[in-house]
Write a protein that binds this ligand. Sequence first.
Ligand SMILES: Cc1cc2nc3c(=O)[nH]c(=O)nc-3n(C[C@H](O)[C@H](O)[C@H](O)COP(=O)(O)OP(=O)(O)OC[C@H]3O[C@@H](n4cnc5c(N)ncnc54)[C@H](O)[C@@H]3O)c2cc1C
Length: 403
Amino acid sequence: MQTHAPGIAYGNGRSYGDMCLNPGGVLWHTRGLDRLCSWNAETGMLVCESGVLLRDIQQTFVPKGWMLPVTPGTQFVTVGGAVANDVHGKNHHAMGSFGDQILRLWLARSDGQIIECTRGQASEWFFATIGGMGLTGVIVRVELKLRRISGPWLDTETIPYGSLDEFFGLSDASEAAWEHTVSWIDCLSGERTRGIFMRAKPSAATIGPLPKSGTRRMPVTPPVSLVNHMTLRPFNIAYHRLQRWKAGQAVAHYEPFFYPLDGLLEWNRMYGPKGFYQYQSVVPRAAGPDATREMLREIGRSGEGSFLAVLKTFGSRAGPGMLSFPRPGVTLALDFPNRRDSTLRLFSRLDEIVLAAGGTLYPAKDARMSRRMFESGYPRLAEFLPFRDPGITSSMSRRLLGS
Ligand SMILES: Cc1cc2nc3c(=O)[nH]c(=O)nc-3n(C[C@H](O)[C@H](O)[C@H](O)COP(=O)(O)OP(=O)(O)OC[C@H]3O[C@@H](n4cnc5c(N)ncnc54)[C@H](O)[C@@H]3O)c2cc1C
């Protein structure tokens, strides 16, 4: 990779903001780096190129009894993108983040140098690149460890709850025995916040419901957002009723449990031409209940609303990268239709709550946080900066780092 125009790696474009955008510059599309290079069926060590999709790893290795130990809420993500954001799954309390599963990285710098790094060799490059937002170079190859599984099934339980205290009680009580925990929250339900808590663990079942076959796709972009003042409350009520009806224990295939949105391709079109923002925060566990309550109150007052609202606790392990987002605490992720100034005004008020609680935002989901907010949430930034590649820049790096 030798180039004179500043560029940035572009994986599968599944980050929500401007971290893989570079108007006026170059995007290095990595999907062509799609080879599985070596596989050890004794140890589960896989070496692959960085443009391989997580879906391809799952589909190749699940039938062989192996799986990615950590996977985000979509499998349409490249391995390089998953490293660059040190992505997390629903099992952070049990397995940590994606970076925790990485053994070796091969990094191409814009001056043509290739750096091979591990936890023990050129380790500062390793820890700068995990969660490094693509700014240290282009990851070309990755060695990672898969985990053994007895099949594609999960034992799941769906539990409706009626307050934030109940949510935190369920989270604390589930972490020891349930590998995966997550919850949907009705952010319009007022002071007695209701939601649906879902937990799961690997199952020994040998049979279960297969995921629906065939690809469904949002067929058109409607002229206005389908998620709006008129639809949001009925959407949330209907979703809550449906999930209440499904409450209880079940065996589920890993795909619908891990990747519920992958069942409808281009679902983002439902937000219409103005699109949407996601706002994902993390605050320390002790501040979690009050900060979450305050954010929900602020959202209620603002008249903005979110259909896809996810509340989850992270485990005690901080991500390994210098700029990793996952850290002990409570993370709240909310999608909002883009209503321009009024949405941005709400985010500024949410920022103050997150900052006061000692929290921060997830760059993978961000398109507007301030430099002040980024600097205060990522205290190892000064340690990271010397590892930046001078030939790499993105819209996000210019916004948050000035270049
Ligand atoms: C429906 C949905 C659910 C999601 N759920 C989760 C979740 O549960 N947890 C979570 O953590 N995230 C989640 N995400 C976010 C997603 O996992 C991350 O944004 C991921 O990094 C996207 O990977 P990508 O391959 O699409 O990369 P892109 O979006 O194309 O790029 C993301 C960043 O990675 C860098 N990058 C990509 N490839 C390389 C490379 N080869 N070398 C160096 N840098 C590279 C880019 O420069 C950019 O900075 C979700 C996203 C969606 C759409």
